[in-house]
Design a protein around this ligand. Sequence first.
Ligand SMILES: [Zn+2]
Ligand SMILES: [Zn+2]
Length: 497
Amino acid sequence: MDKLRTVLEHQITPNSFSKVKLIEISDCAKLVTIFPSHLVRNFQNLETLKVKNCNSVEEIFDHRELQDEKTHANVGGISCHLRYLNLQGLPKLKYIWSGDPKGVFKLVQDLQSVEVEECKNLNYIFSAPVAKCLLQLEKLEIISCGVTKIVSEDEGSSGVVRFHFPQLKHIKLKSLPKIKSFYPEVMFTLECSMLKELDIDVFDICNEILLSPVEKVIVPKLESLCLGAKTTTILYLNDQFQDLFRTLKILRVCDCSSLRSLVHTSYSSTLFRNLHTLEIESCDGLINLVTFSTLKSTLVRLQNLSIRNCEKIEEIISSTGHQVQHVEDDEIAFNQLESLKLFCLPNLKCFSREKCTLKFPSLKEVIVVACPKLEVFSSGILVAPLLCGVIQNKYLEGEKRWEGDLSNTVKGMFIDMQEEMAKGFPNIIKHPLHKKHELLLARGTHGCDGCGEYRDGWSYFCGRCEFDLDPGCALEDSNKTTNESGNEQVEESNIRR
Ligand SMILES: [Zn+2]
Ligand SMILES: [Zn+2]
């Protein structure tokens, strides 16, 4: 509907659309305002509003006239029962609710879900008065938008501003390159007493978004946290975060390239005590996961541990600073750990170098793919009575490998790697067809991204991009091609060990 400019004309009777519950508007190139103020009263039973791919839309609800009418005591009766608001692909959108009428509570009181995606011109989602009325809000998802804040400043307020979202269970903030904070400048408290899932992947500023001027973040029931941010160095950051992690059951950390270690040694607290799933992906600064001394008080309930595509990690449990003082210190038990995944870790040398006994009484699944330097699993005694195979295929298919126990199986895999190297197949290469990342020698059926052929067996593999080169293409091309500075490369200098 390229020529539609307004949804409806002025001359409709107040009850014309009172039964409409759902409105979907898409691909209207000329539409500027979805609901001018005179229309709001006509859609008193509207529950769901979806607006998609409208290139000219600047505002969804225009409340400015309502505000003026208010002085004539005319707005009191207007209420709206909107529950679901979904906005997508509105490049000119400036306001979702423009103006802040005094009666705003009646317009947003029933809102349960707000999803906003691809609205590059939008500076914020809620004004402060709107944010204070969202007592039913359960879900908030903001993806690929230009927002610098979630809530805009309330000019009339002084002192600590309090935001309370009593029903909010799920927050997702993803790809928001301009965001600076949840709420700018003044101190505020943010209470989400029911929040269970927090998913934040907002480029560089994860620290600030939760912390900058925040007086207090109250999320007593947070169970799942997904973090992606380049500047986060250590996860707990400060005391506020300690509280935040105590109830956590699922933690996913992606693309935190500054992260060095999950838990700092100076905190021997009860951090992550309730964690049952820990997934770390593409954290290239990570050198170890936890130190031996902090391990005993953390991660005790862990059931699933997955570490993928981390360039630098050398060991999972680091022995740095640890001195054995008591006999019982010589044992670590991951009593509930059932699944361990080590995937594309080019520098991993061992799980633990410590000479202690490692016990995995519940461990049933182990995946070790493309860890070319993993020579031994651990230096001490290893107990994993339920385990009877290790998955070594990158697509997690085919038969499991087993040589009596986990230690011997890992050793056997390392020997295989050494044999491949002896045949002239290095285990890590850089290749001009995939300059972004190193390629690791891994097993599995693959379609070669060089020649397009399907083969079974070894290939050079990037786990982040699922990029494959069979040894023929990988080694032949790296002989001939020039590197970025234009120098001729010989095979040996192109190979990293
Ligand atoms: Zn090929
Ligand atoms: Zn890649």
